[in-house]
Ligand binder design. Structure first.
Ligand SMILES: Cc1cc2nc3c(=O)[nH]c(=O)nc-3n(C[C@H](O)[C@H](O)[C@H](O)COP(=O)(O)O)c2cc1C
Length: 200
């Protein structure tokens, strides 16, 4: 599927066919595409929990006010991020570069994030947002549907997945084949309301 068709046909799908799985090859292809998403300093804050256990799904559904797509979709991914990834052995983010590049980038990275807790958290959310959009578009390109979700009790889900300290849950994404199409688009703001030239 062409990229613009994927962008235009991706919708937040709430009802899934429970007979159509995501093949393992497709799942891996989607996730490997996700790993190519851009991140500041190549920090790759994202961490993914693939929820395969039906009982764990049901518990997460309870923490998400019963939203049905959580148990209906073939796959459920809790998209997390490591807020401290900037300081966790950052040399590996530049492993394939020369020692000169590493010697330049690593101190830059450290002085950029050191002591800036809001920025560290913002960055984890930015990176996971990038990952989410790649996931949803890659899935669409292979004929699958998704729904990004933040409608759940984050503390409860954190406890269910044993979220480590210094991490956050960015969102949950369901992945599978739609059983019902989305409603017509609710109303996109016109370009001239959101696009400005040079300043607000
Ligand atoms: C961060 C985020 C959280 C969302 N949370 C939920 C959710 O908990 N439940 C739900 O049904 N849809 C959720 N949505 C889907 C939005 O309602 C949907 O993306 C929006 O209405 C636009 O529709 P579209 O994605 O089909 O274009 C979420 C979307 C985003 C990006």
């Amino acid at each position: 599927m062409d990229l613009f068709t994927a962008i235009e046909s991706r919708r937040a799908i709430k009802h899934y066919s429970n007979t159509q799985a995501v093949s393992e090859a497709d799942f891996e292809r989607i996730m490997n595409a996700v790993l190519l998403s851009p991140t500041s300093y190549n920090i790759q804050h994202w961490r993914f929990i693939r929820v395969t256990d039906p009982q764990q799904r049901a518990r997460i559904q309870d923490a998400a006010w019963g939203q049905t797509q959580i148990t209906e979709a073939a796959e459920l991914i809790v998209l997390c991020a490591d807020i401290q990834a900037w300081s966790d052995n950052p040399l590996r983010y530049w492993a394939n570069t020369s020692s000169e590049v590493q010697a330049m980038m690593l101190p830059m990275l450290e002085s950029f994030y050191q002591g800036r807790e809001q920025l560290q958290r913002d960055e984890a959310l930015r990176s996971s947002g990038m990952a989410a959009q790649t996931l949803m578009l890659a899935a669409k390109a292979l004929g699958y549907d998704t729904c990004p979700m933040i409608g759940f009790d984050s503390e409860q889900v954190a406890s269910l997945i044993n979220l480590p300290p210094g991490h956050l849950i960015s969102m949950i994404i369901t992945l599978g084949k739609a059983a019902r199409p989305a409603n017509p688009r609710a109303g996109q703001l016109p370009l001239n309301e959101v696009l400005m030239e040079n300043s607000f």
